[in-house]
Design a protein around this ligand. Structure first.
Ligand code: TXA
Ligand code: MG
Length: 354
């Protein structure tokens, strides 16, 4: 299939109406269009059409038991797509929509099981990116959209990542430049008595607590090691994910120990004749040297770390390194989401530098 690329500047949407209409018509007709959101690029199809959802799974190579998120452009859509909206949902919607938050509800009959991976629940998100909103509105559809990467690869934060993974597999890709946040939305399950965070993201535990007074984590999110006896409630969280091609290890410990740990690991790998990549914070940039080095940003600026994270994992693939060593981060605030993605990308390969 020929994939059409539409270049649309976020600040010039009004002049790109014809391209947006064409992209929207692909969605309306059951086709697939990748588009930017504020978190990561999404791979969109009409979420109420079973066949469009099947095509999404095929294009990504995604297991069909891993449900999709429905994207809406008006909070009222929740009434149509769900059976029951608890009070806590209304409070979260008022506080954080449109934005990087996905809520899980009991689904209504109009949502096909092909979209929810066979579950009776549905994930809904009202994004804030103007291109995403315009695409949803012009298509007149609720757009099912997983991250627009091949299954298992790091989520795409630039159109070129989407083109690498999906060119020839989708009808169109909207290039709207780099995304803002860089890691996927916070997922909150509202189907039980207590709200539960199934995937940490930009909307943090503290932010949710400030609105609801209470929230807890799905136990699978709190693991820092592989444990097959604890099954994640978000089916997608159980798969190895975000992984670069080279073996990735995270190095944790206090500042000096981390530096010593890096130097030791790099030396050992070099002795084995391996090509080494490092992903470090700005604070450690000058002290660590390797065949390839990517600086994520200052460790005091978690937003820039999150923004650069997935792109750096993909960039390491381009360098063709054999092993990658990356700094680890504390679980405070956005650090929780960063570590969640990094631990998965590393297959929980965490080295304690003492
Ligand atoms: O920021 C985002 O959420 C991006 C952008 C494109 O909106 N989308 C995204 O979708 O990350 P995806 O498919 O890559 O991740 C969706 C996650 C998966 O882990 C999936 O298992 C979980 O949401 N999920 C979807 N529906 C669910 C449900 N009914 N119950 C539990 N987990 C669900
Ligand atoms: Mg994904």
């Amino acid at each position: 299939m020929d994939t059409e690329i539409f270049l649309i500047a976020t600040d010039n949407i009004d002049n790109c109406g014809a391209d947006l209409d064409k992209a929207a018509s692909y969605i309306k007709e059951g086709g697939l269009v990748a588009f930017p959101t504020e978190t990561v690029y999404g791979l969109g199809g009409n979420g109420l059409l079973a066949n469009a959802s099947k095509k999404i799974y095929e294009a990504k190579g995604r297991p069909s038991d891993n449900p999709l998120i429905l994207h809406i452009a008006d909070a009222k859509a929740v009434d149509e797509l769900t059976d029951y909206v608890p009070d806590m949902a209304k409070k979260l919607i008022d506080a954080f929509w449109p934005g990087p938050m996905t809520l899980i509800f009991k689904k209504s009959d109009i949502v096909p099981y092909e979209t929810t991976g066979g579950l009776d629940t549905v994930a809904i998100r009202y994004p804030m990116h103007p291109i995403a909103l315009e695409l949803i509105r012009r298509s007149g559809c609720y757009i099912a959209a997983p991250s627009a990467n091949l299954s298992g690869r790091p989520s795409p934060t630039k159109a070129e990542h989407v083109i690498t993974d999906l060119d020839g597999r989708v009808d169109a890709i909207i290039d709207g430049g780099d995304v803002d946040i860089g890691i996927e939305s916070t997922i909150i399950d509202l189907t039980g008595d207590r709200p539960v965070i199934l995937r940490p993201g930009f909307i943090t535990e503290d932010m949710i607590k400030s609105v609801l007074g209470d929230v807890c984590f799905d136990p699978a999110v709190l693991l820092d090691h592989a444990d097959s006896s604890i099954v994640a409630k978000a089916p997608g969280m159980k798969y190895k994910h975000y992984a670069p091609k080279a073996e990735l290890s995270l190095i944790e410990g206090d500042d000096l120990a981390v530096l010593a740990g890096f130097l030791k690991m790099i030396k050992e790998a070099k002795n084995k004749g391996l090509k080494v990549g490092v992903i470090v914070t700005k604070e450690h940039e000058d002290a660590i040297d390797a065949d390839a080095k990517i600086v994520l940003g200052s460790k005091n600026d978690l937003k820039s770390i999150a923004h650069n994270l997935f792109a750096s994992l993909r960039e390491m693939d381009d360098f063709g390194v054999d092993v990658i060593y990356c700094e680890s981060f504390s679980n405070e605030e956005l650090g929780r989401a960063i570590m969640n993605r990094l631990l998965k990308a590393a297959g929980y390969n965490l080295i304690s530098a003492e």
